[in-house]
Ligand binder design. Structure first.
Ligand SMILES: Nc1ncnc2c1ncn2[C@@H]1O[C@H](COP(=O)(O)OP(=O)(O)O)[C@@H](O)[C@H]1O
Ligand SMILES: [Mg+2]
Length: 508
């Protein structure tokens, strides 16, 4: 470590500022990337991490300040200039051509030739090699559009490896990866580091940051608040510096009062091929967690319940009366609302502004066809205040909001329909710790106000910290219902994986 700390920086930012229109989002950032060093850039959603990285990679020009490459000032006119200088960037939103194959993407713009012809054999061989290095067994002939998000990320990484970068910049590379895939990626990061690559990455998972980073730089509201050796800072210290307040109380206290009457009763819910014989009750004032492995049918079951995919049920009751939900509007009419895990694809209109997105599902409340603009503007004011939505301006396109702020807007949007039952799917995926704390507090407040809440989550701490009861699913079926002291990691994992429960535990 002592050696890399004294090595001269490969790539540096000096007093870099960035404005979008009248709004300055980076206020004079200084950063040094050194050969053989892993630098983690962390901060809340919207702090300016992606913007900083795009400036370093030549994807966006700075508004002021200097970029130094090997100590010499450079101007990057485009990503091409960055790549020529040996800087490779993996974006938060993937940058692959969806309609091309894996192999075509890896060699895009640098196709290998033999004479006049493409050297297909060599490209195939190399593609396989790079994919193997990241343990990715996708077919090089497969269309990228057909890959899962984690395979897309692995292809991005394979593509970056193929470029022999001097500087590798990765924007939230592990957000869509499983623990095992993350381990494989980190092995590659260690190998690149040993070979002298300068590496910059961001992650909201502070455990990963302590594991792999040599140095940690912390951005808050567009300014660098700390830049220290990793051993000088704890995960708590990172969280506090990022948020600017103590976040050790991540979860609100669980109520000790008994839950209210049954709001929702589900019997024999079936989603063909995905979920079978799902049954549970949801009480007023309760947060019911749904845990299970990826592919256990949690999302599919809840989508079936809400009319978002074909499903049948023995009986569904809402507020004591039997209901028949065939389509999403039926669910809404019964006060049942579903917040998608896929906020980019199905939750928001990214090209539109916040006002339009906010009121879209509840237009009848705003005058129907002849929309009452000023009522909408007031609703947006309220939402910005209540949810602490931080945007560059009211007219900003929703696609330019950071992930945490998109999620808050989505929550505000579904609340416009005044549901009595709210189903949230991975409500804090990819979101920083300060915003998580706000979302947890908000969900708990809604429950206290009398809603019933179902929360699907793959994050164990979140399921344990927030749920009053936990329904565990495995292979499309209910594998257990836990409450009180039974809600612990061991009990959840056993049921999710189908290994025998300890004798001391009662099986629900
Ligand atoms: N193209 C854009 N137009 C307007 N504002 C933007 C644009 N891109 C980012 N921003 C704003 O700049 C700030 C920093 O964003 P970003 O760098 O994406 O943050 P992070 O990656 O830390 O979540 C945010 O307030 C974001 O809304
Ligand atoms: Mg970002």
């Amino acid at each position: 470590m002592g050696q890399s700390m004294t090595a001269p920086p490969v790539l540096s930012l000096r007093d870099v500022r960035k404005s979008f229109g009248p709004v300055e989002v980076l206020h004079g950032v200084d950063l040094d990337l050194r050969a053989g060093e892993v630098l983690a850039l962390i901060g809340e959603n919207g702090a300016g991490k992606s913007t900083t990285m795009k400036i370093l990679g030549g994807y966006q020009p700075a508004s002021a300040g200097r970029i130094l490459l090997d100590g010499q000032e450079v101007t990057f006119g485009s990503q091409h200039d960055g790549e020529t200088a040996g800087i490779v960037m993996i974006h938060q939103e993937f940058n692959l051509a969806e309609q091309l194959t894996v192999e075509q993407n890896i060699f895009l713009g640098r196709e290998l030739h033999r004479g006049w012809l493409l050297d297909k054999t060599r490209m195939r061989q190399l593609s396989r090699e790079y994919l193997d290095r990241v343990n990715c067994d996708v077919d090089p002939d497969e269309l990228v559009s057909r890959l899962s998000n984690s395979d897309k990320q692995m292809v991005e990484i394979a593509k970056a490896l193929s470029r022999d970068a001097r500087v590798l910049i990765m924007d939230e590379p592990t957000a869509v990866l499983t623990g095992e895939e993350t381990r494989v990626l980190f092995d590659q990061v260690r190998a690149l580091k040993a070979a002298g690559t300068a590496i910059l990455f961001t992650s909201h998972k502070l455990g990963e940051v302590s594991e792999i980073a040599d140095r940690v730089a912390i951005l808050r509201d567009g300014a660098l608040v700390r830049d220290v050796a990793a051993y000088e800072i704890t995960e708590d210290g990172m969280a506090t510096a990022m948020v600017g307040r103590d976040v050790s109380d991540l979860f609100p206290a669980k109520p000790d009062t008994a839950p209210g009457e049954i709001l929702l009763r589900v019997e024999g819910l079936r989603v063909p091929g995905e979920a079978e014989d799902i049954g549970f009750d949801l009480h007023r004032g309760e947060i019911l967690g749904i845990a299970g492995l990826i592919g256990s049918g949690r999302t599919e079951a809840m989508e079936g319940l809400c009319g978002l995919r074909a499903a049948s049920a023995t009986r569904i009751e809402i507020g004591g009366a039997e209901v028949n939900i065939r389509k999403p509007s039926d669910a809404r009419d019964h006060g049942l609302c579903y917040l998608t895990e896929d906020r980019k694809l199905r939750g928001l209109l990214l090209g539109m502004g916040m006002r339009v997105n906010l009121t879209l599902q509840a237009l009848d409340r705003f005058g129907g066809v002849l929309v009452d603009r000023s009522a909408e503007e007031r609703a947006l004011d309220d939402a910005i205040r209540e949810f602490d939505i931080r945007a560059g301006g009211r007219d900003m396109k929703v696609g330019n909001l950071s992930g945490g702020n998109q999620q808050k807007l989505l929550l505000a949007k579904v609340m416009q329909t005044e549901p009595s039952i709210l189903i949230v799917d991975e409500p804090t995926r990819g979101i920083d710790i300060g915003t998580k704390q706000q979302i947890y507090a908000y969900l708990r407040r809604l429950a206290a106000e009398g809603l019933g809440i179902v929360m699907i989550s793959s994050e164990m701490q979140e399921v344990i910290g927030l749920s009053d009861r936990v329904l565990v699913m495995r292979a499309g079926r209910v594998a257990g219902m836990l409450s009180g002291d039974e809600i612990n990691e061991d009990a959840i994992v056993r049921r999710a994986m189908g290994v025998g429960a300890k004798h001391s535990e009662k099986v629900a």
